[in-house]
Design a protein around this ligand. Structure first.
Ligand code: ADP
Ligand code: MG
Length: 285
């Protein structure tokens, strides 16, 4: 279904700086209605955290933004960083090449890491060579830089290591490094610290915050969207917090307001957050 394009000036809240605009999104799998009319606007340069109990639809929402799932109803509109100042584009109107051009400016850390089989180097190199046509001479320094950033070894033996030989914590860090290698203007993290030990988690917290600020310090924009149950990460970022509940946006506001809420849905979620965050335990590093 096609929709009228929305100019940046006329979209949500009259804010001309919208990065992503989600309108009336519905998705069912068989008879299970997972997204029940999600509306959300994400501003450029902002950090937004999406929280909510397991199975409430957070990853399904992200997969719609990434164009990996098609909505039953509703629209996802995004900023095209190749055409700054132009109207937002509706993902439903894009062909494969146009979608790939949008993705050039995005980095994603998937919930299950989604590493490709092959070496550490292959994982960092694939997107760079496919989407940016980079050669090994260009890719190697980037690979070493991002591996350093996530506190993984950047020596040749490690670059050559098969990803199946990585521990859970290392695989998660590689997934973050791979996203950073794209130097993206929009970065998505789906539970980037779930199951990590506290030291690794704290390193990832720092990295998420410094990564967010890095491009902005150079006067460019960077937008960060994080799905998380990690209270320490939320505290570190103090983000706009969006809580999903049963396929709808149940809360959208400051972390401070969220923390103070007496809602009978938010309080129990708070109590269970550390358990959800503990989640799947990685193998020891
Ligand atoms: N491809 C799929 N096919 C069928 N059901 C799915 C699929 N993807 C997600 N679901 C269901 O949608 C619901 C929301 O899933 P998800 O977005 O992954 O939850 P979470 O909020 O924990 O990320 C779950 O009940 C899940 O089982
Ligand atoms: Mg999920």
């Amino acid at each position: 279904m096609k929709t009228k394009k929305t100019t940046a000036g006329e979209n949500a809240n009259g804010n001309p700086e919208t990065e992503i605009l989600i309108k009336g999104l519905h998705k069912s799998f068989d008879s299970k209605h997972v997204l029940k009319g999600v509306d959300l606007d994400i501003q450029r340069n902002s950090i937004v955290a999406i929280v909510g109990g397991s199975g409430c639809g957070k990853t399904v929402l992200l997969n719609h933004i990434l164009g990996l799932l098609e909505p039953d109803k509703g629209h996802v509109l995004v900023s095209d960083h190749d055409k700054d100042g132009e109207p937002l584009v509706d993902l439903a109107d894009l062909d494969e090449n146009q979608m790939a051009n949008i993705h050039m400016h995005w980095g994603v850390v998937f919930q299950n890491n989604a590493l490709f089989s092959g070496s550490v180097y292959d994982n960092i190199a694939l997107w760079l060579s496919e989407t940016r046509n980079m050669e090994i001479e260009e890719i190697e320094p980037i690979a070493r830089k991002v591996l350093d950033a996530v506190s993984l070894s950047s020596d040749q033996d490690f670059l050559d290591l098969d990803v199946h030989d990585l521990s859970g914590g290392m695989a998660k860090r590689l997934a973050v490094a791979r996203a950073l290698a794209m130097n993206p203007q929009v970065i998505f993290y789906d539970e980037p610290t779930t199951g990590l030990d506290p030291t690794s988690a704290a390193q990832i917290h720092d990295l998420i915050v410094t990564t967010h600020e890095e491009l902005m310090e150079k006067g460019d924009s960077r937008t960060t969207l994080i799905i998380t149950h990690d209270k320490d990460l939320l505290n570190r970022m103090r983000p706009r917090t969006v809580m999903m509940h049963e396929g709808e946006i149940f809360f959208d506001g400051s972390l401070e307001k969220f923390e103070k809420s007496k809602s009978p849905y938010i309080r129990p979620y708070f109590d269970i957050m550390p358990i959800l965050h503990g989640g799947r335990k990685p193998l020891a590093d």
